[in-house]
Every structure is written in structure tokens, then in C-alpha cells.
Design a protein around this ligand. Structure first.
Ligand code: COA
Length: 317
């Protein structure tokens, strides 16, 4: 179906540490680190999400050693691009000077896995060959910086991957669960055409319920992988989990009785960057030369919707 031939990432310059939030709301570095593992996050205070997504895309194309003209399709996953229209994918396409089709997917934090699923189907049916996937998020746009229960969690960032025809994707499964009210944010724009009354557009979340959903999602995906591929958690070299927070990841790791080094993390530096978290992490490991050809990677994400998605992919670059 597909293989990954290049990765890229980009984060904005402005860094908000926990002391920054201590000045904004009634919180502490101790509370944030012990409950989430997050120490800093990057926030897009200048420039556009398109520019951030473009940098990640450019890095991924260079890493894959392919030119924008060789692309057959661009898929962007994001909660929201810079515009309602054009899509973020079209904005990036224009900036990298590609000529291929481009569209957006919104599957919240599971957006990268959903995009891989769509790309795999289109490559398998021989409609497209080289697909650029970008997951770029400006969560700071939706964060209420007076709500201590959510504002400390999220950061902005972009991750990208170039995929092409290959046999590396061993398993992929995306889905949904009931629970729209557990994690949501609206556009903040007026919905009623006559009153033009603005909606409150901030992220609202039931943290404890999302915590349960997240751990159950990843653990049941691992069970399903075990059944379908006849492999155990021990056979997986890298667990690239959505970087929502450290306690979720640690609960999963301990249940699976796996060592820490198989669960790389970037939430301590970047917070929860939604769909961008997994491709950003993948790019970091790729550039550090951590992946060896043939390594089995398990990717799993969960988010608003509720969306979920997991896959097993062999590193074949
Ligand atoms: N600083 C200090 N106290 C805080 C706080 C903060 N930033 N945020 C919340 N609290 C307080 C609450 O007000 C509450 O106080 P109370 O007991 O006086 O009412 C207390 O801490 C416990 O709140 P609770 O929500 O039960 O905390 P928790 O242990 O569940 O941790 C999360 C909160 C958000 C860290 C945790 O629920 C979580 O990680 N959930 C998953 C979130 C997630 O990953 N979402 C994204 C998925 S894509």
C-alpha cells in the first residue's frame, strides 16, 4: 500500500514555559509537570499556520528527495487552517509551487492517521502515487487563556510526511466513538445569519473522561494488532503515541510492560499539538537516525469527535 520516504516538522519561535501560565492563571509548575509532563509549548504569535505547514512540508520534501512537481496529492489535517476557504492544503500547495490536487481533513488529534488511511486507499487504487501529508495545528487560536484546566495543555506545531507506493503499512484502523460533548471547540463565528451573535469558540474538555478514552483506545488497538498480525507489544520497536500528556502514555506503557525507551515523547517540549504530534515526533527520531530499516512502528492517536486511529508501519527508508 504505502511507505514513508520523508518527514519534516516546524514549530513557532515563541516558547511559553510553565512560569508563563503561573502568571496567567492559578496554577503551578509542579501541578502541570506532575499531571501532564508538559514543561513548555510553542505558540504561533507571528506569521500564519500556512507558513508553519509550508516549512514542515519543505523539510519533508527535502528529506524524501522529491520535488513539488513530483507530488500527486497534498492532504492537510488540521482543526482549522488560516481561512475557511481556501483550504490549508491549497495554501501550502500554492507556497511550495506544486500543481497537484490538495484538500483538508479534520479528524482532530487522529488527523495524521486518518490522512495515512486516505492516502493508503488512493495509492492502492493507483489513483495517486506520491502523497504529501501535513498535520498542522494552531491550537492557541482556540485556547481560553483564563481556563487553567485546558490552557496549559496545548501548543502549536506542524509535522509532515511524504508517502508513496510500498509494502510498509502492515495495519491501519480508524474509527469513532460517541462523545462529542467531551472535547469540542466551535469556530467562534456567528452561526445565526440574522442575529450575527458570536459563539464562544474555545476548547472545552472533560479531562478525566478523555483520559479514559485515550488509554482504552490505544490498549484495544494493540490487542487488535496482536490478533490480526500475530505480533506482541514486545515485537514493536517504537510506540509513537499521540502526545496528549505523559500520564496517558505512562499508563499505557506500564500496562503493556514495555521499557521507557520504546515510548519517545515530545509533549514535554511542545505540549499537545493535536494531529501534528505524531509526525513531529517521527521526524525528530528520523533525523536523529534512531529508526533502523525494518523497525516496527506502532502509531496511535485519539481526539475530539471522538476520533481514533492506529497503524503499524515498517520503517523502510
Ligand atoms: N493547575 C492547577 N490545578 C488545576 C489545573 C491547573 N492547570 N487544571 C485543573 N486543576 C484542578 C481542577 O480545578 C481540580 O480542582 P478541584 O479538585 O478543586 O475541583 C483538580 O485540579 C483536579 O482536576 P481534574 O480535572 O480531575 O484533574 P486530573 O487529575 O484529571 O488532570 C488533566 C487534568 C486534564 C491533566 C487530565 O484529566 C488529563 O490528562 N486528561 C486528558 C486530557 C487530554 O489528553 N486531552 C486531549 C486529548 S486529544
Amino acid at each position: 500500500m504505502l511507505k514513508i520516504i520523508g518527514t519534516g516538522r516546524a514549530v513557532p519561535d515563541f516558547i511559553a514555559d510553565n512560569a508563563f501560565f503561573e502568571r496567567l492563571v492559578d496554577t503551578s509548575d509542579e501541578w502541570i509537570v506532575s499531571r501532564t509532563g508538559i514543561k513548555t509549548r510553542h505558540i504561533l504569535t507571528e506569521g500564519s499556520l500556512t507558513e508553519l505547514a509550508f516549512k514542515a512540508a519543505k523539510n519533508a520534501l527535502d528529506n524524501a528527495n522529491i520535488k513539488p512537481n513530483d507530488l500527486d496529492l497534498i492532504i492537510c489535517s488540521s482543526l482549522q487552517g488560516d481561512y475557511i476557504t481556501p483550504s490549508l492544503a491549497c495554501c501550502v500547495k500554492s507556497k511550495i509551487k506544486a500543481t497537484c490536487p490538495a484538500f483538508d481533513i479534520n479528524a482532530a488529534c487522529a488527523g495524521f492517521i486518518y490522512s495515512l488511511n486516505v492516502a493508503a486507499g488512493l495509492i492502492k487504487s493507483e489513483i495517486y502515487n506520491n502523497v504529501l501529508i501535513i498535520s498542522a495545528e494552531r491550537l492557541s487560536k482556540f485556547v481560553d487563556y483564563t481556563d487553567r484546566s485546558t490552557c496549559v495543555l496545548f501548543g502549536d506545531g506542524a509535522g509532515a510526511a511524504v508517502v508513496t507506493e510500498g509494502n510498509a503499512l502492515r495495519y491501519i484502523n480508524v474509527g469513532t466513538e460517541e462523545g462529542i460533548e467531551l472535547l469540542f471547540a466551535n469556530s467562534g463565528l456567528p452561526q445565526n445569519c440574522f442575529t450575527k451573535k458570536r459563539e464562544q469558540g474555545f476548547i472545552t474538555m472533560n479531562g478525566p473522561e478523555i483520559f479514559k478514552f485515550a488509554t482504552q483506545t490505544v490498549l484495544s488497538a494493540i490487542k487488535d494488532v496482536g490478533k490480526r498480525l500475530s505480533i506482541k507489544a514486545d515485537d514493536i520497536k517504537w510506540f509513537l503515541l499521540h502526545q496528549a500528556n505523559g500520564r496517558i502514555i505512562d499508563t499505557i506503557r506500564k500496562t503493556l510492560k514495555q521499557p521507557q525507551e520504546k515510548f519517545p515523547e515530545n509533549h514535554s517540549k511542545f505540549g499537545n499539538t493535536s494531529a501534528a504530534s505524531i509526525p513531529m515526533l517521527m521526524d525528530e527520531l528520523n533525523r536523529e537516525g534512531k529508526f533502523k530499516k525494518g523497525d516496527l512502528l506502532f502509531l496511535s492517536a485519539f481526539g475530539g469527535g471522538l476520533t481514533k486511529g492506529s497503524c503499524v508501519i515498517t520503517w523502510d527508508k
